[in-house]
Design a protein. Structure first.
Length: 282
């Protein structure tokens, strides 16, 4: 992973220095078709070598923020840096070698096989006219295994269920073999077993290979279990950031999710929902 003296450092709640791979500063995010600011954020950090989960209700700005962090949405104001350099200073192929992205907006021919899709993740690592090499084969086999879709390698995407397609796309982004991964709701369409499989794979990549991960998740309890840091968003603004044991409180669950819940910290962090709060509870 590239190093830069300009890389910013922050501290967690214990005062321990945290080095960030991705930093957004003074962000105002709007879509080209609208003058409305969707997200405003003074500072957001995706710490290096950690798993950071973005949580919040629908419409809170999680996916929009991820688009800005992955250079799929240029900020109206503010900057995003990757390894201390403006993300817009990277060429397209160089950025794709450093940063893997699984978005919700993706299309591919239904006749494409799962294995072919995984090989698409290798394009940033080859010249335009280069043939597939041994490193590509190894990366694709590893990705298919990690995503649990080896048995589907010859299946066409058009023949797959929603959950199987999701796992095939995850295999593609894993085959990209980057130091940083940004994943927008990777557990969508998946049953509980496969949700845990994906989250455990993310954790395994982080712990074994020091991959930095930013992931949008709907389930705050899952996020608290699997992530090192949480980013909680409400109405397009940062509500809180930090380790799950600091961020996940009964007040946050009420303010951000509109839910009355009990939070227990022993033997591990648990969220026990009780009831939905009325819309005017604040």
């Amino acid at each position: 992973m590239a190093e830069s003296e300009s890389r910013e450092r922050i501290t967690d709640s214990s005062g321990v220095a945290v080095e960030s791979a991705l930093v957004g500063e003074d962000l105002a995010l709007r879509y080209p078709t609208s003058d409305e600011t969707v997200v405003e954020c003074t500072r957001l950090d995706i710490p290096e070598g950690a798993v950071t989960a973005l949580v919040g209700p629908n419409g809170s700005g999680k996916s929009t923020l991820l688009k800005a962090l992955s250079d799929h949405l240029e900020p109206a104001e503010g900057t995003v840096t990757l390894d201390g350099e403006s993300i817009q200073s990277y060429g397209q192929s160089e950025l794709a070698r450093r940063l893997g992205v699984l978005s919700q907006e993706r299309e591919s021919p239904g006749s494409l096989t799962v294995e072919d899709l995984a090989y698409h993740g290798r394009y940033p690592h080859r010249g335009f006219f280069d043939n597939v090499g041994e490193a590509d084969h190894r990366a694709v086999e590893r990705a298919l295994e990690l995503a649990g879709v080896e048995h589907l390698r010859d299946a066409e995407l058009g023949q797959l269920s929603g959950g199987q397609k999701q796992l095939a796309w995850i295999a593609m982004v894993l085959a990209q073999d980057t130091d940083v991964l940004l994943l927008d709701e990777p557990t969508t369409f998946l049953d509980l077993h496969h949700q845990f499989t994906v989250l455990e794979t993310i954790r395994q990549l982080n712990e074994a290979e020091d991959v930095t991960v930013g992931v949008v998740l709907h389930d705050v309890a899952q996020a608290a279990r699997f992530a090192d840091y949480l980013v909680a968003l409400r109405d397009g603004q940062l509500y809180d950031w930090g380790p799950p044991e600091d961020v996940v409180t009964e007040q946050l669950l009420a303010d951000v999710f509109g839910v009355e819940a009990e939070v227990r910290h022993e033997p591990e962090l648990q969220v026990l929902p009780k009831r939905a709060l009325p819309d005017d509870h604040t």
